[in-house]
Write a protein that binds this ligand. Sequence first.
Ligand code: GLC
Length: 733
Amino acid sequence: MSKYPLKKLEIEEKITELINKMTLDEKIGQLNQLGPSPLGGFEISLKEKKQMLEAGRITKEEFEAEVSEMKWDDREDDIREGKIGSFLSIRDVKKVNRFQKIATEESRLGIPLLIGLDVVHGLRTIFPIPLAESCAWDDEVYEKSAEIAARETASMGINWTFAPMVDIARDARWGRIAEGAGEDTYLTSRFAAAKVRGFQGKDLSAPDRIVACAKHFAAYGAAEGGRDYNSANMSLQTLWDTYMPPFKAAVDAGVATIMGAFNDINGIPCTTNPYLYNEVLRNMWDYDGMVVSDSCAVSECLLHGNVETRADAAMETINAGLDMDMHSKCFIENLKDLVLAGKVSTETLDKAVRNVLRIKFAAGLFDHPFVDEALPEKVLLCKEHRAAALDAALKSIVLLKNNGVLPLSKKAKIAVIGELAESRSDMLGTWAAMGQAEDCVSLLDGLKNQGCEIIYERGFNVSGEFDGDAILKAIADADVVIAAMGETKDMSGEASSLADIGLHGRQNEAAKLIKAAGKPLVSVLFNGRPLAIEELNDTADAIVEAWHLGNEAGNAVTKVLFGDYNPTGRLTTTFPRHTGQCPLYYNHVPTGRPASAVQHSCKYYDIPVEPVFPFGFGLSYTEYDYSDLKVRVLGDKIIATVSVKNTGTVNGTETVQLYVRDKVASLVRPVKELKGFKKVELKAGEEKQVTIEVDKNTLGFYNAKMKYVVEPGSFTLWMGHDSSSSLCTEFTL
Ligand code: GLC
């Protein structure tokens, strides 16, 4: 149950009073979410113009000249007539105030607008993409970046973010794996709750907090083949064991809104699925927030083929318990007739309107719809925020390989190769809201900020450009070579699924060329998903996973490269050896022929079944030794304690991970599941006892009758460095 219930008597009474005054049209207007739209005047659509540009049929100058004349229709008359309840995708504080003024002073009832935007990892101060930040394994980092994002967003008058995205992603081909916290349900649930706390705070009406939105409900990350928007088919047990808990964690943390997913689950589009909204959210979870569709998802039900008309799409959607229609206009065009025809009851309509108004009252929009237009310049990208972005970036970096070449000496002659080294825009990553490339520190910038004399040669890029001679010339006198590799920011995120998650272009060839020239090679990866880097792992002397880290990317990476920061990041997704292994995740079931050296076992004929890097993996500039694992069961608590010693010469922070396996159960259970983690600082040579408590009720699963059960029996428990650690013991429930 939510710790911050939105349903409060005084609000409900105000809503009732307002609803009683509203006309049918005004009620329906509250359920309509739109953004600015390009006015006509084009002989062809803007989209097609963009395609012509990409196809080289018009020049960039021609395109920009035409687009510059484009006028955006801000739909001010619709706002004035109460036909819009929420506006999205505006990034102009003056415009926000103008829209709120129209809504509150020029419409009949003066109902303020919810103004929404995808603030996923920062508004103007851009933090690491969520998949990167999740590697911090740190609730405070997760919460802090959301709190800062809320402060910046609220300063713009934008009062609703479409985040956190809490979709479990087990298939690295899926582009939106970049937006979430990886493959693990337990970690993503902690991430979800921390983000809701950060965005919403304890008082949703506070001037520096915003409404959060857990998305995409549900199982969007289970898209078949990792292809975005594709169908998700699974047992109800898998849905509830794996994909639902992060949403429940968000609801329990008080998330004010939830967004439906584009996909169907087992043949029913989420948008029109009464099981998800009426049954799960309202009846089972007693959810008091509001549900919005994804963009145009209501009308896309016609393409799913479960409805025949836009009116049917509107009817099925609102009757399923989804409250607000993003962008499709199916609600505003059809609900009146549907209500008058009795196909949508007034009770259903009023319930949806009540849910929308509850958020507006709880967010204090009736009391303070406007913002001080001077505020953004004081808040956006301020020093404190940038410092937090650097901290988050440092904690998101994962050291994947180091044969001793790192940390580098600042006196070394360093050659830097690869176009991503100079790229500032790619450091923003996907969904970068109001992030600006010029606010980002590239790898080259970071090296210069460290006072390094470096030789830079582009040499190669992700799209296949390659100049071997230039590379060899540039590295000839170098003591060490840093190769910036990976993906551009457009290669992950929405509608950016990849059929090949290997290094694109001739990146591996560049790495081999550098090694063949006898140079130590440090590969710095800038990417938005796990990559199949077996070849690189065989070639490079060191691999630093630097994701898309936001504004402070270059500073964070160089602090790690020179040892000013001892890397602490741990992977939250499995890195496959080959795309053909996808989906690949650590908490899989054993099967009757567990993968082994035996030919007839669950593996591939042509490549090893193990990943290149397992879930939870990450190196440090020091080493940690685990010993003396003990566990005891005390009532509902399983209390595990282990000794961790920093056996190296450098102070560090270790993330102790606790995994459990239910050895025998009525349904097959994963070979191991993360059930706890704790970070511990250890000076060189220092040893500490680390204790993690696990609530027995978290060791259950949905049985064949779809009942959540914790079955008695024997369990194995591991505490260690990552999901492949071997130190384990047993306990019995
Ligand atoms: C997109 C995304 C969703 C986002 C919405 C509004 O298509 O699926 O995550 O919040 O549209 O931009």
